[in-house]
Design a protein around this ligand. Structure first.
Ligand code: A2P
Length: 269
């Protein structure tokens, strides 16, 4: 399978990223260093994760040029508006200690305390600020996260730049068919966060059986599934053996088995 996905502006993004959600700042330096040491070149963080400082320190101290590492961060879901977005972006690059980002995302269409609230106007203002940062060369690509079709449509209707990515929860059992095909139609790369359903897919007996057949672990089957569905997985781990394992995906799940996996019900429902 391909090593990169390509955004509609031609920028390439490594086809597996290291997720850092729920990695505390104290552990972020070691975890990100382990990831870089083991061949990850794509690190995903957010201001809201409160770990940007040590994520950035690990990247800066690692012996790889900045341009060979792909860094994503996110505008906090609670922050909507033009000036507010420019300010939050500055805070992020200061925390990380870098002078540009590879990808910057609106973390969610609504504040986490008011899931589902209509913040269309705020999102449009934030998006315009992100377009400015993009046009100024401060960000190589811009996108959104946790956006559904109804959240994406106003951006498509009223803004100049079509989001390059939408980062959504995606794992075996979480069927996102409609959103996936909408994103495909608009050339928006879908990134899969929580590809292991934060660990909850690991105990499913039917997955254990299929993983054995391919001689891989359930984690590898679940992460590979994201690639088979043309989404870009962002697995997270703080253990080196798992960090290595999650990137060894050199096998293919047959179409027949992908169909079987698609029928599985969400473990979290
Ligand atoms: P840990 O960080 O202690 O290794 P997701 O990527 O869906 O958010 O899932 C992350 C959760 O899954 C974390 O609890 C992580 O634990 C665990 N995890 C990550 N990779 C593996 C793996 N290869 N085997 C077992 N558990 C894993």
């Amino acid at each position: 399978k391909k090593d990169t996905f390509t955004f509609h502006n031609g920028v390439k993004i490594p086809s597996i990223g290291f997720g850092t959600w729920q990695i505390p700042n104290e552990e972020a330096y070691d975890s990100v260093t382990m990831a870089l040491k083991n061949g990850y070149t794509h690190i995903d963080t957010a201001l809201a994760y409160k770990n940007e400082e040590n994520v950035g320190k690990a990247i800066r101290e690692f012996d790889t040029p900045r341009e060979d590492i792909f860094i994503t961060s996110k505008l906090p879901a609670e922050i909507k508006g033009y000036d507010e977005t420019l300010e939050a972006f500055n805070e992020t690059i200061t925390n990380l200690g870098v002078d540009y980002l590879d990808l910057y995302l609106i973390h969610a269409p609504w504040p986490w305390s008011e899931i589902g609230k209509d913040c269309t106007e705020g999102n449009i203002q934030s998006w315009k600020a992100m377009e400015k940062l993009y046009n100024d060369g401060k960000i190589k690509a811009i996108g959104v996260s946790n956006f559904e079709i109804k959240n994406l449509q106003p951006i498509l209707d009223e803004c100049d730049i079509v989001p390059m990515a939408n980062q959504i929860p995606f794992y075996i059992g979480k069927d996102q068919e409609e959103l996936l095909s909408f994103c495909k139609d608009h050339d928006i790369v879908v990134e899969a966060y929580s590809p292991l359903a934060t660990g909850q897919v690991l105990d499913m007996p039917e997955l254990k059986e299929m993983a054995e057949k391919y001689d891989v672990t359930v984690a590898q089957l679940a992460i590979r599934y994201c690639l088979e569905k043309d989404t870009l997985p962002l697995p997270k781990s703080t253990h080196e053996s798992r960090i290595i394992e999650n990137k060894q995906l050199d096998f293919e799940i047959s179409d027949e088995d992908v169909k079987i996996l698609q029928q599985i019900r969400d473990v979290r429902d």
